[in-house]
Design a protein around this ligand. Structure first.
Ligand code: SF4
Length: 374
C-alpha cells in the first residue's frame, strides 16, 4: 500500500466563512469545531484533536485511508495540484525543527500558516460559485432551487482569536468572499503590521476594487503576494465573474503603481473559459504589473461548470493545444463525470448577465447547440 503523508496538520489551520475550523481548504468537514466553541486558536492547534490528525496524516502517512484526505491522495496520484503539493512546493518553515522539539517536550507551538475567510461578503458573482462563498449568489441560488447560504461572517470575538495567533505566523492567507470587500480584514492586517510584519501575506482577491485605506495598509508589508482571480478577458471575464474587466485591470495597475508589487494571475478553468485560456495569457503576458499567470485551478464540480462536460474528444484536443501553448499550465486528466445537466444554471446566468456568453465563444455555441438545443 502506498503511504503518503502531508505536513499540513503540523503547521496549518484553515477557517471557513461559516466559522468552522478546517484542516485545510480541501478538508472542510473533518474537524466539526466552530471558532466560537473554542477559547483560543493556538490551544486548539496544540490539542489532542490536532495531535490525532498529525499522527494519522503526517506521521503514519495514512491519507489514502482517511475519508477526509482520500480525494487529495487520488488527485496527487494523478499528478494534480493539491493544497498538499502546494505546501511542499512553495513554503518553507524556518522553525520546523524547533517546533518538532517543542512538541516532543509537550510545549505548545504557534500556528505557522493560517488561512482564513472572514465572510462570504463579495462584490462579484462568479459562474462557478454559490452563496456559500458569495452573498451575491443568494437570489440566483434561490431561483435555481439550490441551498441558499445566509450572509455569514465571523464575529468580533473570532477576529480577536485570529489576532492572538498572528505573532507566530510565517504565512497568512486571506480569502473570501472578497477580502477587500470586508473591511474587517484591515483590522487584522493593521495588527499584523504591528506584531509580525515579516510574515508573508497572500491575498486571493478579484481585484475589482481596493480602497485608498486598504492600499495604505498593503504598503506596510515587505512580503506580500496578491493573487488576482481572472477567468477571462473582456466580455468573457464580465460574464464569468459578474464583474467588469476594465475596472479589474485598472485596479491591478493602480496597485502596482502605488506599492511596486506585481500581481499573480490565477485562473479557474471551467466550461465557460475552456476555449479561451490563451486570450488571458496573450492579454497579460507583457504587462508590467503582472509577474505570472498560472492555469492550475480546475472547476471540479459537476454542478457548477466542470469543463469535462464537453466530452473526451473535445477535452483532449483542447488540452493538447494548451500543453503546447500555455506557459504555466497544470493539466487535468479527463473525468467521465458528465452526469449533471447544468443547462438551467447556464441559461439563468445568461439572463443574469444580460447577454449570452456563447455569442462571444463560437466553440461554446457550437457545443451548446449540439448538446442542449432541442
Ligand atoms: S492530505 Fe490533503 S486534504 Fe488532507 S490535510 Fe493534507 S492537504 Fe488537506
Amino acid at each position: 500500500m502506498t503511504k503518503l503523508s502531508c505536513k499540513s496538520p503540523l503547521v496549518h489551520l484553515n477557517l471557513g466563512p461559516n466559522g468552522h475550523i478546517n484542516l485545510c481548504c480541501e478538508n472542510r468537514w473533518t474537524i466539526r469545531t466552530h471558532i466560537d466553541e473554542i477559547d483560543d486558536l493556538e490551544e486548539f492547534f496544540n490539542s489532542s484533536v490536532m495531535d490525532y490528525h498529525r499522527e494519522e496524516i503526517t506521521y503514519k502517512g495514512n491519507i489514502k485511508n482517511l475519508d477526509s484526505c482520500k480525494n487529495c491522495y487520488w488527485n496527487t496520484m494523478k499528478g494534480d495540484e493539491t493544497f498538499r503539493s502546494r505546501l511542499e512546493k512553495y513554503h518553507t518553515f524556518p522553525n520546523e525543527a524547533n517546533d518538532k522539539k517543542a512538541r516532543e517536550y509537550g510545549i505548545n507551538v504557534p500556528i505557522r500558516y493560517l488561512e482564513y475567510t472572514l465572510s462570504n461578503i463579495c462584490n462579484q458573482k462568479c459562474a462557478m460559485c454559490s452563496s456559500f462563498f458569495s452573498n451575491k449568489w443568494q437570489d440566483l441560488d434561490k431561483e435555481l432551487g439550490r441551498e441558499v447560504h445566509p450572509l455569514q461572517k465571523l464575529g468580533d470575538d473570532a477576529i480577536s482569536k485570529i489576532e492572538k495567533v498572528l505573532y507566530g505566523l510565517d504565512y497568512l492567507e486571506i480569502k473570501g468572499g472578497e477580502p477587500f470587500a470586508d473591511i474587517r480584514n484591515f483590522r487584522i492586517l493593521k495588527k499584523l503590521a504591528e506584531v509580525n510584519n515579516k510574515c508573508e501575506i497572500k491575498i486571493v482577491s478579484n481585484m475589482h476594487h481596493i480602497t485608498p485605506e486598504a492600499m495604505d495598509i498593503l504598503k506596510k508589508f515587505p512580503n506580500i503576494k496578491l493573487f488576482a482571480s481572472v477567468d477571462g478577458t473582456n466580455k468573457i471575464y464580465d460574464w464569468i465573474r459578474g464583474g467588469n474587466f476594465k475596472k479589474t485591470v485598472d485596479t491591478m495597475e493602480k496597485y502596482y503603481n502605488e506599492t511596486g508589487n506585481k500581481v499573480q494571475i490565477g485562473t479557474t478553468i471551467s466550461l465557460y473559459n475552456f476555449f479561451n485560456l490563451l486570450d488571458i495569457q496573450n492579454y497579460f503576458e507583457d504587462k508590467e504589473y503582472i509577474n505570472n499567470i498560472v492555469f492550475e485551478n480546475w472547476c471540479r464540480s459537476t454542478k457548477d461548470g466542470m469543463p469535462d462536460i464537453v466530452g473526451k474528444d473535445i477535452y483532449d484536443k483542447q488540452i493538447k493545444i494548451y500543453k503546447k501553448k500555455l506557459k504555466n499550465f497544470v493539466p487535468k486528466e479527463y473525468e467521465n463525470k458528465d452526469t449533471f445537466n447544468f443547462k438551467s444554471n447556464f441559461d439563468k446566468l445568461n439572463i443574469d448577465r444580460g447577454f449570452d456568453i456563447t455569442d462571444h465563444v463560437p466553440e461554446l455555441k457550437e457545443w451548446y447547440n449540439r448538446k442542449w438545443k432541442t
